[in-house]
Design a protein around this ligand. Structure first.
Ligand SMILES: NC(=O)C1=CN([C@@H]2O[C@H](COP(=O)(O)OP(=O)(O)OC[C@H]3O[C@@H](n4cnc5c(N)ncnc54)[C@H](OP(=O)(O)O)[C@@H]3O)[C@@H](O)[C@H]2O)C=CC1
Ligand SMILES: O=C(O)CCC(=O)C(=O)O
Length: 411
């Protein structure tokens, strides 16, 4: 099932549990605006290359639309649409005053030089600058983009609209970024995992973890799990996968990767087949890369007791059903990875206030938001006798529906 069909199916299921009117349901599902732009740039050798950029603005009933920008070859309109919709429910679950959006460019960032990436980002920004803004739609990093990408967007946008630090979040600290934003998604994943494990009488220390993806989210999650005494026993990325049943030395792996080494060449672990990674024996599986990686083919073989969805929509609905029958507890993306957008909200607030928080305050507030959301999801699970995914969806959808009804449709 493609990402949009899967996300819409989860939404409809939540809508039924909430008893939403079918016309309201339809209005919540249709995106506010879909943008598709051509981005042609000269490559470093002078030849021209064209890409397609997307920004889907899904909903703004609760506030400015918010969501990352992804650079990846698999970016397509349906995928961006699904990710934008997920952002709407995610910001509502997190109780931050935003709607949802997502953007992306179908490209392989690893094949482009830094100056080509800069040109591409600037052209994309030129094409969408009048449709984003501090109080309309605020982009942030996602797969294949980072603080530098946000700096280029900020600079290009500011040429048209004057200096506008709050038009993007996840930017470098020197340009008004928030302390703690770089780590925030991974840190939020760890707070979420702590809450989930505590519910089951377990803790991070003494549990084993398998992680797919060792970029921003995966590496921060691994590092903070290691710091808390958890054992990360297998990790994979595009280059391959590695395992060590005694626990991978995560700081040493980060040093190896920062020094330019490929994950698969790390000497402190042995190589494993990447197709075995998601079905490797462990307590907690953390998908931190692409969507749709857990499907009906591999779900029957998953051995983890818990799956914490650090990536967006890593679990296909068919896999969800199989995992539920096996008793695997799945903590859904729209809660598990919300730490990023929560600290993006703190960054935006700091920019608007013109005041910078210290990192301790950022992390403390993040924990408060994550814990509140977890308790609210559990409450919805009880009220609607449903699993954690539906608990999160009913929480998010209900908040957006209430805001939409309060605003009304009078022309
Ligand atoms: N960044 C953020 O704040 C947030 C991110 N997310 C979600 O988290 C996920 C990861 O994002 P982020 O960490 O920012 O992205 P990054 O680009 O920083 O890292 C992505 C990681 O995934 C790996 N990867 C890509 N394709 C595959 C594959 N086919 N098999 C195995 N590994 C793969 C990459 O490998 P390699 O390094 O070798 O290319 C890299 O390690 C995405 O789903 C994103 O939407 C959710 C909320 C916020
Ligand atoms: O920080 C943000 O604004 C959005 C992060 C994001 O894209 C996501 O949560 O999927």
């Amino acid at each position: 099932m493609n990402a949009l069909a899967a996300t819409s199916r989860n939404f409809r299921q939540a809508s039924r549990l909430l008893g939403l009117d079918s016309k309201l349901e339809k209005s919540l599902l249709i995106p506010f605006r879909e943008i598709k732009v051509e981005c042609t740039i000269p490559k470093d050798d002078g030849s021209l290359v064209s890409f397609i950029g997307f920004r889907v603005q899904h909903d703004n009933a609760r506030g400015p639309m918010k969501g990352g920008i992804r650079y990846h070859p698999e970016v397509d309109p349906d995928e961006v649409n699904a990710l934008a919709q997920l952002m709407t429910w995610k910001t509502a679950v997190a109780a931050v005053p935003y709607g949802g959006a997502k953007g992306g460019i179908g490209c392989s960032p690893g094949d482009l030089s830094s100056s080509e990436l800069e040109r591409l980002t600037r052209v994309f920004t030129q094409k969408i600058h009048d449709l984003i803004g501090t109080h309309t739609d605020v982009p942030a990093p996602d797969m294949g983009t980072n603080a530098q990408t946000m700096a280029w967007i900020l600079d290009e946008y500011s040429k048209f609209h004057g200096h506008s630090p709050a038009v993007v979040t996840g930017k470098p600290i020197d340009l008004g970024g928030s302390l703690g934003r770089d780590a925030a998604t991974g840190r939020g994943v760890v707070f979420a995992t702590e809450s989930l494990l505590a519910e089951h009488g377990k803790s991070i220390s003494g549990s084993t973890f398998v992680i797919q993806g060792f970029g921003n989210v995966g590496s921060w999650a691994a590092s903070l799990i290691h710091e808390r005494g958890g054992k990360v026993i297998a990790i994979g990325d595009v280059t391959g996968s590695i395992k060590n049943n005694n626990g991978i030395d995560v700081p040493a792996l980060i040093k190896h990767k920062t020094g330019g080494g490929a994950l698969k060449d790390f000497s402190g672990a042995e190589a494993m087949d990447s197709k075995d990674l998601l079905v490797h024996e462990c307590d907690v599986l953390l998908p931190c890369a692409l969507g749709g990686v857990l499907n009906k083919e591999n779900a029957p073989h998953v051995k983890a007791k818990f799956i914490v969805e650090a990536a967006n929509h890593p679990t296909d609905p068919e896999a969800d059903e199989i995992l539920a029958k096996k008793g695997v507890v799945v903590l859904p993306d729209i809660y598990a990875n919300s730490g990023g957008v929560i600290v993006s909200y703190f960054e935006w607030v700091q920019n608007i206030q013109g005041f910078m928080w210290d990192e301790e305050k950022v992390n403390m507030e993040l924990k408060k938001y994550m814990n509140n959301a977890f308790n609210n999801i559990k409450h919805m699970c009880k009220s609607h006798d449903c699993n954690l995914r539906m608990g999160a969806f009913t929480l998010g959808v209900n908040r957006v529906a209430r805001a939409t009804l309060l605003r009304g449709w009078e022309a």
